[in-house]
Structures are given as structure tokens and as C-alpha cells.
Design a protein. Sequence first.
Length: 168
Amino acid sequence: MVKPMKYTIMQSPVGPLTIAGDEDGLHAILFGSGARAAKPYPDWQKSDCNILRETIHQLHAYFAKRLTKFDLPLQLAGTPFQLAVWRELRRIPYGKVISYGDLAKRIRKPLASRAVGAANRSNPIPIVIPCHRVIGSNRKLTGYGGGLPIKRALLELEGAQIFENAEI
């Protein structure tokens, strides 16, 4: 039997976030605005189950600059390549940025920077899996599912130093 997905919507400094999970862990965070604005699926059930409450608690702490690393059970579904990229994303320290090429090298696929970008775009749990910490090799902000203004806001929140000549 398929477990029903639970969800809640949190208001955040970067707009509404739809948070989805079940008793096994967090499955998704969806931006309510921006390039990939999304809504809950029709078969999801509105809830305030433990994983959703804990995710909201940790996101509030993150946005208040009291949390630099999330500690949540994640339920990720992806290809082995995507899972490797998402695992490596979680190793990028708070407030630091790397390029897509650097990320490709870290997963031992140095020629796969475009594929790394595609895996970033497929990240189902942004913010918690910090794909916003990946920038272009020219140190400019590039691509983000929530839109570049949200990427910029998250990096500014973390104090990342990339903005002198960065454009969005």
C-alpha cells in the first residue's frame, strides 16, 4: 500500500514553501513562486505531522541564522548520479559556494558539469539540500529552481561573498 504524502505550507522570507513528507522523512520542498512555482499534488493530504513540524522548526531557525546544517530524515528518489550530486551538495559548508565544475570533480565526474546542473535542477529538497550554493565558474549566479532572486537571498542570508560583480 502506498503511503499518503502529507504536506503543509510555510510562509518564509523567500515566499511560500510547500513541505511534503511522510513518517519516513522529508520528500520535497516546493517554491510557491519563481521559475518552478509548484502546488501540492491533488492526492497529497494537508497535515502537521512530526516531520513537517520539525522541517518548519529547522527552516525558521535557518532563516533566523540560528541553524547552519539541517538534521532531517530525507527520502530521496533519483538516479544514482542525482543521488551522488545531492549527497555532495550537503557537504558544501554554510556560507560557501562552489562551481558546477567543482561539484562535478568532487563526484569524480570532471566532465559532467552540465549533468551536475541538471541534477541540481532536479533537487527535490532545496534549501535543506543546498543547491543554491552552486554558482557559475565565472562566480556569477546561474540557474535556480526558485529563481535567481531567491538564490541571491539565500546566499546573502548565509553571508556568502560572491556579490561584488555578480549579476542576476
